[in-house]
Design a protein around this ligand. Structure first.
Ligand code: GTR
Length: 346
């Protein structure tokens, strides 16, 4: 079973390599803007497109369902002229590699975590700062506010067009050996999403940060290359990390939202009308994603508990918050305005 998974990952890598090679140069976004069939509009030729959207999660994960909803809405609103094909399960590559491809315009759309995005646009590192949101309501009040929306707009300086935030719950630590307090984390090798804030966070907690792609974490847990990792309930469940790291300590250290975005290269080639269609579809897909998220977050927690995982709830977050205070203060200079806006969204 484990071997099967490993072979699956290898196949996916080979297939994605082949697909990328096969598609280079044949990318619709690079084709003349009005190539393709025409559609109504007083006989004026309207361009048709087929775009790819890269998603690292499996087909039934809440973000993937939302990607598909977005694609469906774009299809409807454009009368079938704009087709977006969703490629789940990291078929087009691991997150960081996908972001690079999107930056170049080789992949047109993606849904990614703001964790890896922080390496491409520093402003997004703020979401990796620990314990800055009290709960979902606090996070979404900020995400729907002007500062977070401006951050999406400012992604254009990194060659992305930010379209929407999606929910990703809260992340907690899970380990091979029991960890029931902050002290137990000391000296443990914990896999994190690669970005500077995460490395400083592990330092602050006395653990050792081991950045690696998401798709490598299962094997690294299995072979003991790492002692643990951290994620939300849905990822802990669907990645099967809970089979190898059977102890979770629910400290909810980060709320790292997801972002749906397009390549700026693709975006610049679209008409104002098509930009509007895509933006509207993205905005409309948010409510659906959040609904799917809520359901699946609960379902995955229930399934993981039923599988016999040891769950330690953290009743007093104070020692954790105290441990990271100096690091947050260090980052305050970089994230002054945005941290003030987050604090003001409580
Ligand atoms: C998940 C997130 C993924 C990926 C993953 C990770 O919660 O949805 O996009 O960033 O975490 O830990 O790499």
């Amino acid at each position: 079973m484990k071997m099967k998974r490993f072979t699956g990952v290898l196949t996916a890598v080979l297939v994605s390599g082949a697909m990328l090679a096969g598609c280079s140069g044949a990318n619709d976004a690079n084709a003349p803007a009005n190539e393709g069939a025409s559609s109504g509009d007083e006989g004026k030729k309207q361009p048709t497109y087929t775009f790819r959207l890269a998603e690292s999660h499996p087909a039934d994960y809440p973000t993937t369902l939302a990607d598909k909803k977005f694609a469906e809405l774009v299809g409807e609103k454009s009368g079938g002229r704009i087709k977006i094909e969703v490629f789940p399960s990291a078929q087009l590559g691991e997150e960081k590699a996908v972001i690079e491809q999107v930056q170049l315009g080789a992949i047109e759309f993606t849904r990614v975590s703001t964790g890896p995005l922080a390496e491409f646009n520093k402003a997004f590192g703020v979401f990796s700062l620990p314990y800055i949101f009290e709960n979902e309501e606090h996070e979404w009040k900020f995400l729907n506010g002007p500062e977070a929306q401006k951050m999406l707009e400012d992604l254009s300086s990194s060659k992305f067009m930010g379209l929407a935030y999606y929910d990703s719950g809260a992340r907690s630590f899970y380990t091979r050996e029991p960890v029931t307090s902050i002290e137990d984390l000391k000296g443990k090798k914990i896999r994190v999403i690669q970005n500077k804030v995460n490395i400083d966070l592990m330092d602050a907690l006395g653990a050792s940060a081991t950045p690696m792609p998401y798709g490598d974490v299962f094997n690294a847990l299995q072979t003991g290359v790492i002692d643990g990792a951290e994620n939300n309930w849905p990822s802990y469940f669907t990645s099967k990390h809970y089979e190898q790291a059977k102890h979770i300590i629910v400290d909810g250290h980060q709320r790292v939202p997801e972002v749906l975005m397009a390549s700026q290269v693709t975006w610049d080639k679209l008409s104002d009308e098509d930009k509007k269609i895509i933006k509207e579809a993205a905005t409309e897909s948010i409510a659906y994603q959040r609904e799917q998220w809520k359901q699946f977050e609960k379902e995955s927690e229930d399934k993981v508990r039923a599988a016999g995982v040891t769950v330690t709830e953290v009743s007093d977050l104070k020692p954790w918050q105290d441990a990271v205070k100096p690091m947050i203060e260090e980052y305050r200079a970089d994230y002054k305005d945005v941290l003030a806006a987050i604090e003001g969204s409580k």
